[in-house]
Design a protein around this ligand. Sequence first.
Ligand code: PMP
Length: 372
Amino acid sequence: MARDPFAIAERMRLLDASGIRKVFDLAAKMTDPINLSIGQPDFDVPDEAKDVAIEAIRSGDNKYTQTQGKGELRQAVAKLCQEEFGWSDAMERPYLITSGVSGGLLLAILTTVNPGDEVVFTDPYFVMYSHLVNLAGGVPVRVGTYPDFRVDVNKIADAITDKTRMLMINSPGNPTGAVYTERELRDIASLASQYDLLVLSDEIYDLFCYDQPFVSIAGMYEKTLLLRGFSKSYGMTGWRIGWATGPKPILEKMTMLQQYTFVCAPSIAQASAMAALQVDMTPHVRAYKKKRDLVYDALGETFGLVKPAGAFYAFVPAPGGNATEFVKQAIDNNVLVIPGNVFSDRDTHFRLSYATQEETLQRGLEILKSLA
Ligand code: PMP
């Protein structure tokens, strides 16, 4: 038998990073670009959380923690859920501290999706969703939300088949910045209830909600698998920490899988996450709201941009309707944004991240406007 020692497993076949790689290849030629492509906050970890992390390292908090995470942090998360969702049994529910929401997504999808199972989510979507579902042998089923990125429950209903395993939602959303209203979430919950579906809710941008208070489906629908993180809310992208809660049988298996994969979330990040939860981030959120307004004022009318209500992205229609072409033009003019086909079956929009200094953003917006 001819053996190929460098053979790649079949499951990797559908993983593809060519779209984003092309953009970064183009970007590599830029010197000092106006970078509006970055998916992380430009503010740093709050000092209170840094101090706790440094002290944790010095005092020897450098070992494995329990697989499910430190008890104190899980209790803090339980308390948060009790207050936000009014769960009377919040302290008894299962919580899992994960290595970022990415870690939570991987565990959730590997735990629930069988080969051939369909996972429904809206398009545009966070890139990881398609790849992780494919990795599990599942079938991503994307439901278009153009042009306004509102969720149309009838379209979701049309996408549901006997093979549907779960529905994934992401509000506030990456890359669109769309925030679902309470009404929309109630409609999703009642649809899910009608088909007895598991709903995975990725709420990593929960803090970044500018025009209405944030609402979670977790408070409306029991069969919700809720994922939240610290990466965006507290500028901790490099610290790899998030949390999950949801139906007990699923959380138990996710915890078991964590035991054999990630083992635990970083001990230092867990220590500091408790401190982070005490920090008021509203000044940062207010600053991002102002940046959102700058983006909308600059591009709203000219580009036909739908006003994003959350996260820190705008998903902007590309002049001429071809995002890849427009992004090339933007790059030629020293502005880096990402073409929509990285996040979508379509390539008609580009993603702009306004998580950057206001002055940089202003310069970028001026240039983009001149290209319209
Ligand atoms: N979900 C969404 C929608 C995201 O945008 C991101 C980060 N870009 C993640 C999950 C993963 O974040 P992390 O693993 O850093 O918590």
